[in-house]
Ligand binder design. Structure first.
Ligand SMILES: NC(=O)c1ccc[n+]([C@@H]2O[C@H](COP(=O)([O-])OP(=O)(O)OC[C@H]3O[C@@H](n4cnc5c(N)ncnc54)[C@H](O)[C@@H]3O)[C@@H](O)[C@H]2O)c1
Length: 273
């Protein structure tokens, strides 16, 4: 239970879902954790419940001053920053591209992509002089395929995957690794709201996700959190620029496995004429 002992992490979007699960897991593995979120009530409550080695700060990830303050809090409260988790997110603009208002598009990109840029920027500001660090961002299966999410969300998450590679290439000589996880459908308030219209309806959400998942189970916040635990830890010291899918195989299955369930055999060239 000490895989992150002595390390300091900032987790954005830590008041709920994947961010809360990651903050809990990192804390249980020995890290000091700064929980950063717009939602003060649940974020501060989780920090209090974790107790020592946890600190809440109210942050809007679209604000450079806020993200900078979260990174500075890690330094002033816990003495440094080893792990940055850029996780905060929203579904954002939905609907036809022809009818998407520019302001909804801009807000979505601001939270999902600019927020990640600011996290990488300010984490690297304090990590470069220390010559070490692990920066993680939460992308999505919608960051590697089209058609799985709304347009702005899909574009932003592809941007997160690209920025992960780009930042990894610059920061590797400084000893800083930059990786992402790409969750598939995961039971959180966000998916509960999308699937059932009620962010609190976890049970229906769990059942519906399990029905559509190739592995037949619904992922929870702990699933991407465990992937991030590996990437954050020194066990991943040789891994950078990578996006780790945590999606029950959704993106490799590509729908109904037409060729897997019939009799075995070899399909050669069809006879012509
Ligand atoms: N749940 C899924 O199925 C799924 C799948 C793939 C990717 N993701 C990604 O995982 C991340 C977390 O989502 P979740 O499912 O845990 O959702 P969630 O709604 O449970 O949690 C998101 C958290 O982000 C916070 N947040 C939103 N906007 C913010 C802002 N501007 N500044 C600071 N905090 C802000 C919210 O307050 C909330 O606490 C998101 O980036 C999301 O796109 C989720």
């Amino acid at each position: 239970m000490d895989r992150l002992k002595g390390k300091v992490a900032v987790v954005t979007g830590a008041a709920s879902g994947i961010g809360a699960g990651t903050a809990r897991l990192f804390h249980a593995e020995g890290a000091c954790v700064v929980l950063a979120d717009m939602q003060e009530g649940p974020g501060a409550a989780l920090a209090r419940a974790l107790g020592a080695r946890a600190h809440f700060i109210r942050v809007d990830v679209t604000s450079e001053a806020d993200v900078s303050a979260a990174v500075d809090a890690a330094v002033s409260v816990f003495g440094g920053l080893d792990i940055m988790v850029n996780n905060a997110g929203i579904v954002g603009a939905v609907g036809s591209i022809a009818e998407t208002p520019l302001e909804d598009w801009n807000r979505t990109i601001a939270v999902l992509l600019t927020g990640v840029f600011l996290g990488i920027k300010h984490a690297s500001r304090v990590m470069i002089p220390r010559k070490r660090g692990s920066i993680l961002s939460v992308a999505s299966t919608a960051g590697v395929m089209g058609g799985l999410g709304p347009h702005a969300y899909t574009a932003a998450k592809h941007g997160v995957v690209g920025l992960t590679k780009s930042a990894a290439s610059e920061l590797a000589p400084h000893g800083i690794r930059v990786n992402a996880v790409a969750p598939g459908n995961t039971v959180t308030a966000m998916t509960a709201f999308v699937i059932t219209g009620d962010g609190a309806d976890q049970e229906t959400t769990r059942r519906r996700i399990a029905e559509g998942a190739p592995l037949g189970i619904a992922g929870g916040p702990e699933d991407p959190a465990y992937a991030m635990l590996y990437l954050a830890s020194d066990e991943a010291r040789y891994v950078t620029g990578h996006t780790l899918l945590v999606d029950s195989g959704q993106t490799v299955s590509g729908g109904i496995p037409t060729f897997h369930n019939g009799p075995s055999g070899l399909i050669g060239a069809p006879k012509v004429g």
